[in-house]
Design a protein around this ligand. Structure first.
Ligand code: AMP
Ligand code: MG
Length: 267
């Protein structure tokens, strides 16, 4: 039976129940790549219509452990979007100025404008993940953030932004292979950070923190998708399907033309 990608709103998520290497019985990589290619084209068209309509926005929130493939997913799945109406924001350690504000300040500023696709490479969820695992703020503060994140996402949704949240689920073994590959491959070495090795030691703490995120911030208005990400081709295929479905549901329309345009002839 194929593994579910979404979980019901009120269910408690245990990541051990989700196989990061699942490919749901699809073994034809060639067909998967073809479908991805088709989806990229369809996404381009839907993104263009969203831009033309200029009423609503799409926000993709990408989360996952180090080396889970956030960058690769953006490169392979989002390549069709028009750079004019698509913006990727990669959230790093907050700056001094950002730390002087509430954690949602920098997030709200990066939210996509009408007609645009916004992609968050990491997001406000870091403020209940890395912040929690490393005790960067007292527990009562990070605990209060779950409810505030839900309120924030509800507000964005009410304002016309469709939020799609994707958790790229990889295994500990796969992370080991990918980090090692970064060391072994001169073209990937720039991506290696010693900090990733330190973070890897907190694997179980992160998994628990993610389980809380997936359980407590999974409202109907902005549900999580748990995407098996050990196989890159499958990850790309599933994310392209999720985005396609979200944009098809929005069904953006070209704005109605001004009356009388059909009789104008440009000389
Ligand atoms: P990378 O995604 O590899 O460029 O790394 C970005 C780093 O910034 C990761 O180690 C994140 O955990 C860290 N980061 C992102 N957001 C926050 C945050 N709100 N507080 C602390 N660290 C963060
Ligand atoms: Mg990194």
């Amino acid at each position: 039976m194929p593994q579910p990608i979404s979980v019901p709103t009120d269910s408690e998520v245990r990541l051990a129940d989700f196989d990061p290497a699942d490919t749901s019985g699809i073994d034809n990589k060639k067909a998967a790549r073809k479908e991805l290619k088709d989806n990229v084209e369809i996404l381009a068209d839907l993104g263009y219509r969203l831009y033309a309509e200029n009423q609503r926005a799409l926000l993709l929130v990408l989360q996952g452990m180090d080396s889970s493939g956030k960058d690769g997913t953006i490169r392979h799945v989002m390549r069709g979007f028009n750079p004019q109406s698509c913006r990727v924001t990669s959230f790093k350690q907050p700056s001094v100025e950002e730390l002087d504000h509430d954690f949602l300040w920098r997030i709200g500023r990066a939210a996509p404008r009408k007609g645009n696709v916004g992609i968050f490479n990491r997001s406000h969820y870091e403020d209940v993940l890395v912040v929690r695992v490393h005790n960067l703020v007292p527990e009562d503060q990070w605990q209060s953030r779950f409810a505030r994140i839900n309120t924030f996402e509800k507000l964005l949704t009410a304002g016309g932004t469709k939020i799609v949240k994707v958790f790229l689920h990889i295994s500990r073994d796969e992370q080991q292979r990918r980090l090692q590959a970064r060391l072994d491959n001169p073209k990937k070495r720039w991506k290696f950070s010693r900090a990733d090795l330190a973070e890897r030691r907190f694997w179980d703490d992160y998994q628990r923190a993610y389980e809380d995120v997936l359980t407590r911030c999974n409202g109907e208005y902005a549900p999580w998708h748990i995407v098996p990400a050990d196989h890159k081709w499958y990850r790309n295929l599933i994310v392209s399907r999720i985005l396609r479905e979200a944009l098809e549901q929005l069904s953006p329309q070209y704005p109605p033309a001004e009356e009388g345009l059909e009789s104008i002839v440009v000389e």
